[in-house]
Design a protein around this ligand. Structure first.
Ligand code: GAR
Length: 193
């Protein structure tokens, strides 16, 4: 058995949370390794980031598979090969199906830019601004079959200032995400030892 927890990071986009996890590992704040990056969007920026770090990648286009079960079975095979302990969703903009959920129950977490259960799903930042709330924040939760509905592990509020732009709020939320995600992953790993 490898002594460090092996993470699979799932992402669809920019990968700033992937970067934050990678940075925390390099700085010795997170006792883990990214064993594989799984990405459902060929060409996404996060792929290049992982490749620069010589992290294995599994990039796929869901359209190349007939069903979610088919591509999740392939993902599960890739994860078994590198002996993944935890699945960390970091901007993976897709609902996880039963194939992966049953294989990694209680070992799959997600980060979301709102104080769940408020503003689940797409564009949580836009939803918060539209609603005019004074406080939003970041949630880390276990993944279940629902959309951002699993048991909450950690939350941190972020105050929405008067006249705050979308970019301004996103920047503040991401600052919190980049600190809270590695810290929470480390806590979960330690609790599981
Ligand atoms: C993050 O803000 C994450 O919370 C959000 O996507 C962004 C990905 O950014 N996830 C969701 O909205 C999930 N419902 P990144 O690619 O720069 O890490």
């Amino acid at each position: 058995m490898k002594d460090k927890a092996q993470l699979a990071v799932f992402a669809s986009g920019t990968g700033s949370n992937y970067d934050a996890i990678d940075r925390a590992i390099k700085q010795g704040e997170l006792d883990a390794e990214v064993a594989i990056l799984v990405c459902d969007r060929p060409g996404a920026q996060v792929i290049e980031k992982a490749e620069q770090n010589k992290v294995a990648t599994f990039v796929f286009n869901p359209k190349d598979y007939q069903t979610k079960t088919d591509f999740e079975a392939e993902i599960a095979k890739q994860l078994r090969e590198v002996k993944v302990d935890w699945i960390v969703l970091a901007g993976y903009m897709r609902l996880v199906g039963p194939t992966l959920l049953s294989a990694y129950q209680g070992k799959m977490i997600n980060i979301h830019p709102s104080l769940l259960p408020a503003f689940p799903g797409l564009d949580a930042i836009g939803q918060a601004l539209q609603a005019g709330v004074k406080v939003s924040g970041v949630t880390i939760h276990y993944v279940d079959q629902g959309m951002d509905t699993g048991k909450i592990i950690a939350q941190q509020p972020v105050k929405i200032e008067e006249d705050m732009t979308r970019e301004g709020l996103q920047c503040k939320l991401q600052e919190v995400e980049h600190m809270l995600y590695p810290k929470t992953i480390q806590q979960l790993i330690k609790e599981g030892e």
